[in-house]
Design a protein around this ligand. Structure first.
Ligand code: UDP
Ligand code: MN
Length: 272
C-alpha cells in the first residue's frame, strides 16, 4: 500500500491545543512513522502558534468549524453543556470549547488520504502504531479510566477512519437534527454513528486517570499512546499535578524535545 496515503491527523482550534500538538507531532516523528502528520486548524489559530508544527514537518490544513445550526451551537455551548451534562470525574480546562470538538469530523474530508488515524492534541505516541492503518473503520479504545462500566463507551481521542465526502455529508445530516444533544460531543456522536465500533486495546489510548484509579492496568511495556484527558499537562494550576507528576514530566520532555527518557526505564505506578 502507498504509505503517502496514510496520515495521522489532529485538531487545533486555539493556541493552547497547538502547544499540545507540538508534543504529539514530536512524539510521532520519533516513532519513525511512514505516514504523514496533519494538523487541522481553524482560522482562529495564530500563525505563530502553528509555525513550530510546520517546522517539525507537520502538514497544516485549514478546517473550519462545522456549519451547525444556531440552535445546535446554543445547546453545545460550554456553559450550557457543563450545566446540562456536568463533568463529575475531572475538570476541563478553560480553553476547552466543546463545540470545537465536532470539527474532528472534517477529517472525513481529507480524501487525499485513504486511511487516517485521528489523535487528540493532548496525547503523545510512544511506540510506532502504523499498523492501525490496516485496522477497519471505525476502531477506538474504550473510555476506561475508573471502572469496568467504562468499557461500554469508546473514547474518541484515538480512532481509525477512511475519509469519504459521502460519509462526511451523511454524518452532518445525522449530527444536527432538531433537539440533538451530544452530551460528550464528538465522542457520543461517533459511538452512536458507528454502533458496531471495533475495540482497540486500551494501550492504544491510555487515559491518564488510569495512573491513579486503575494502576494495575498500567504497564509501560504495552502503552503506545498516553492521552491526557481532562486536565492538560501544560495547564497552570493543574489540580492533579502531584498525582500525575511522572506523566506530566514525560509530556514536558516530548514538548521541549529535551530529556526524553528511555521507555524501558519508566516505572509503573505504585500498586500496578
Ligand atoms: N479541541 C480543540 N479546541 C477546543 C477543544 C478541543 O482544538 O477548544 C481538539 C483538540 O485536538 C483536543 C480534542 O479536540 O485534544 C478533544 O478535546 P480534549 O482533548 O480537551 O477532550 P478530553 O480528551 O479531555 O475529553
Ligand atoms: Mn483529549
Amino acid at each position: 500500500m502507498n504509505q503517502a496515503r496514510h496520515a495521522y491527523v489532529t485538531l487545533v482550534t486555539n493556541a493552547d491545543y497547538a502547544v499540545g500538538a507540538l508534543a504529539l507531532v514530536r512524539s510521532l516523528q520519533r516513532t519513525r512513522t511512514d505516514a504523514e502528520i496533519v494538523v487541522m486548524h481553524t482560522g482562529g489559530v495564530d500563525a505563530t502558534a502553528l509555525t513550530p508544527l510546520a517546522s517539525l514537518g507537520a502538514r497544516l490544513v485549514e478546517a473550519e468549524l462545522l456549519p451547525t445550526s444556531e440552535a445546535f451551537n446554543e445547546r453545545h455551548q460550554r456553559v450550557r453543556l457543563h450545566a446540562d451534562a456536568p463533568f463529575t470525574k475531572g475538570n476541563k480546562p478553560a480553553f476547552h470549547t466543546p463545540l470545537d470538538n465536532f470539527a474532528k469530523l472534517r477529517l472525513w474530508q481529507l480524501t487525499e488520504y485513504e486511511r487516517v488515524v485521528f489523535i487528540d492534541a493532548d496525547a503523545i505516541v510512544l511506540r510506532n502504531i502504523d499498523r492501525l492503518f490496516s485496522y477497519p473503520e471505525f476502531s477506538a479504545a474504550p473510555n476506561v479510566y475508573e471502572s469496568l462500566a467504562d468499557f461500554h463507551r469508546l473514547n474518541s481521542g484515538v480512532f481509525t477512519a477512511r475519509p469519504s465526502e459521502a460519509t462526511f455529508r451523511s454524518m452532518l445530516a445525522v449530527l444536527d437534527h432538531p433537539e440533538a444533544f451530544w452530551r460528550r460531543t464528538d465522542q457520543t456522536f461517533l459511538q452512536s454513528y458507528f454502533p458496531d465500533w471495533h475495540g482497540l486495546p486500551v494501550f492504544f489510548n491510555m487515559l491518564q486517570y488510569v495512573w491513579f484509579n486503575l494502576p494495575g492496568l498500567w504497564d509501560w511495556k504495552s502503552v503506545s499512546v498516553v492521552h491526557y484527558q481532562y486536565e492538560k499537562p501544560w495547564e497552570k494550576d493543574h489540580p492533579k499535578a502531584d498525582k500525575l507528576k511522572p506523566l506530566i514530566d514525560l509530556w514536558h520532555a516530548f514538548h521541549s524535545g529535551e530529556g526524553i527518557p528511555d521507555l524501558n526505564s519508566l516505572e509503573n505506578p505504585a500498586g500496578s
